[in-house]
Design a protein around this ligand. Sequence first.
Ligand SMILES: [Fe+2]
Ligand SMILES: [Fe+2]
Length: 138
Amino acid sequence: MTVPFANFNPPPYHVLFTGAPMYYSYFSTGSLRIDSEHANIDSMIDLCRSKSGNWIPTARILVSAFVNHLDSEEKICREEGLAMTREHLAEHQLLKSRLALIDRQVVNHDLEKNVFLSMLRDILFYHISNFDKQLNPA
Ligand SMILES: [Fe+2]
Ligand SMILES: [Fe+2]
């Protein structure tokens, strides 16, 4: 099994004063709408992590929310005049292909829950660090 960004070693995630971990909301993008979508995805990761029984339906909702967010982020950027680059758009397309593959692996029980969550956290952290963080450099 190939783990994307296997060599990527993010620093420990932040923890809000509420105790909620932050992965995708690690940095503020400067758009409240985008930041709140990122925070929602973080909450869904936490929900999936805390599932003691069948985690697969929650994982699939999480993957689907992330895919929907990519389209939503592009729309918000157009509406708010944020700096969505050609490279960022291409990365979203790549992410959609990766997420479709991950979803298939989840459905086929090819991934342990912890491996799934770790992959997703690494992908989200990489994406916000290298792309979403640049949306509003001001
Ligand atoms: Fe995003
Ligand atoms: Fe993005």
